[in-house]
Design a protein around this ligand. Structure first.
Ligand code: FAD
Length: 453
């Protein structure tokens, strides 16, 4: 008897309840369907990472991962028929695209007489489960986090080694090659796959976690976990992290747990409000504030290339181009700058992030953009406009982060690096002039905001 485990956002063996549900009935065919629509829209950094993650998973299954290209609606039922599968097992999807796809595949599988069995999800608590006293969804993060903690989650399923030793993966026959997915020129990607994710988590537990509460906002210290990438691809499950944190006290563990709760909150908000993918949940400024046409494109281009003349903004954008990742403090700053200093709609920035981030993930990306733009559920108020200079002075006090990513400013010492326009031109001759004046544009944004009050 063979059951199919259809891998999607769970590219791991360990702590994978859906895989164990499949193994509970006999042999397992490990399947990954490479949907050309998703592949085309993923952006080169995510494609390159996914190709590497699939190679790592293939190695973990002893070379038994069957990759097929095509629309899952056709591919999954076809493979199910080929191997006379008893069932197709998945971890449930909760974002709008995944839900629609799974419902459609389930429908088509019915014709083949094969059930689609959903076990678990990419979250500790499935979106939609945490409800307030009147059965509705939470609008504000803090009460959500409290209720989420009280709801609790199951202990992790067996780890990777145990799973590899107990699950029998069968040969699924002819597979399709994963298309060539080069890493974009000048970019360095982290190592993909579950073993690398577990190693990164072990390193975090051994050191930076104790300093996490105080250092997590300091991009110059680089002391966050960088687990957003493996979490995005399901190379590690948040429940694994929460179980390890449970045994530890201290501010670091508590703050880290809270960040995981933000991830679960955003997934919950998108589950209840699928339109938040593209539309502001709470429009806060008149449409007339946004720039359009070639002005919008020029500003977007300068921002995307890291050539705004504001060193912290430019450093963040260049880190994105070089690593496919950006520190959270910078994500907030560059997003605020695009929306409130350049008056470009948040959706444009979110699209650029999704094209470049290796951890690019619809619920996290869209809802964080809405948080910064002041349009989300529990959002930062619109009138909070990040100041690129004071953010630099506070979170990159010696200017090390800026000098690392903006070579034109390498010779500018100390915190002067955050205001190069105050120095003689010869101090940084190749660095661009500011494209806007922050104080002026902040006043424009606040004026627009108050006009709707
Ligand atoms: P750590 O500080 O080590 O945090 C641990 C984990 O907690 C992260 O891996 C992540 O899963 C979660 N987490 C931390 N901060 C947040 C947050 N603000 N929202 C949700 N979860 C959080 N994260 C993504 O995973 N994908 C995205 O596409 C994405 N886009 C973003 C866009 C904007 C405009 C902003 C402001 C934030 C975005 N984030 C996104 C959230 C956050 O910036 C990243 O998760 C974090 O920087 C990843 O680095 P880390 O793993 O070292 O984080």
């Amino acid at each position: 008897m063979t059951a199919i485990h259809w891998f999607r956002r769970d590219l791991r063996l360990g702590d994978n309840p859906a895989l164990h549900a499949a193994a509970g009935t006999g042999d397992v065919l490990a399947l990954y369907v490479l949907d050309p629509r998703l592949w085309a829209s993923a952006g080169a950094p995510r494609r390159a990472y996914l190709a590497r993650s699939l190679a790592a998973l293939d190695a973990q299954t002893g070379g038994r991962l069957l990759v097929r290209q095509g629309d899952p609606r056709q591919v999954v039922p076809a493979v199910a028929r080929e191997v006379a599968a008893t069932a197709v097992h998945v971890a449930a999807s909760y974002e709008p695209f995944g839900r629609r796809r799974d419902d459609a595949v389930e429908w088509d599988l019915e014709d083949a007489g094969v059930p689609l069995v959903r076990t678990g999800s990419p979250y500790a608590v499935a979106p939609g489960r945490v409800r307030n006293g009147s059965g509705g969804d939470y609008k504000v993060f803090t009460p959500f986090r409290r209720a989420w903690s009280e709801h609790g989650w199951r202990p992790p399923a067996p780890d990777a080694e145990t799973t590899a030793a107990t699950v029998t993966f069968v040969d699924g026959g002819r597979g399709d090659p994963v298309p060539d997915a080069p890493v974009p020129a000048g970019m360095t990607l982290p190592e993909a796959g579950e073993p690398a994710a577990l190693a990164r988590w072990a390193e975090m537990l051994d050191g930076p976690l104790t300093r996490y509460a105080t250092e997590r906002d300091r991009p110059d210290l680089d002391s966050t976990s960088r687990l957003s990438v493996p979490l995005k691809w399901g190379e590690i499950h948040p429940r694994t992290l929460l179980a390890d944190l449970a045994g530890r006290g201290g501010d670091g563990a508590e703050t880290f747990r809270s960040q995981i709760a933000w991830r679960e909150f955003h997934a919950d908000v998108l589950f209840h409000h699928p339109s938040a993918r593209r539309e502001s949940l709470t429009p806060v400024v008149p449409e007339s504030v946004w720039v359009n046409g070639s002005t919008e494109q020029d500003l977007l281009d300068a921002w995307a290339a890291g050539r705004t003349g504001y060193p912290m903004v430019d450093a963040g954008m260049r880190q994105l181009l070089a690593e496919g990742w950006m520190h959270n403090r910078l994500r907030m700053l560059v997003a605020s700058f695009l929306v409130k200093d350049l008056h470009v709609r948040w959706q444009r920035g979110a699209d650029h992030f999704l094209a470049w981030l290796v951890d690019g993930d619809v619920p996290q990306n869209q809802l964080n953009w809405q948080w910064v733009a002041g349009t989300g559920r529990d959002a930062s108020p619109y009138f909070r406009v990040f100041n690129p200079v004071t953010q630099g002075v506070k979170f990159d006090p010696a200017g090390r982060y800026v000098r690392r990513w903006v070579p034109e400013l390498r010779d500018v010492p100390g915190r002067a690096v955050h205001e190069p326009w105050k120095l003689p031109r010869s101090a940084a001759p190749d660095y661009p002039d500011r494209i806007v004046d922050h104080a002026t544009e902040r006043a424009v944004s606040l004026g627009a905001y108050h006009s709707l009050r």
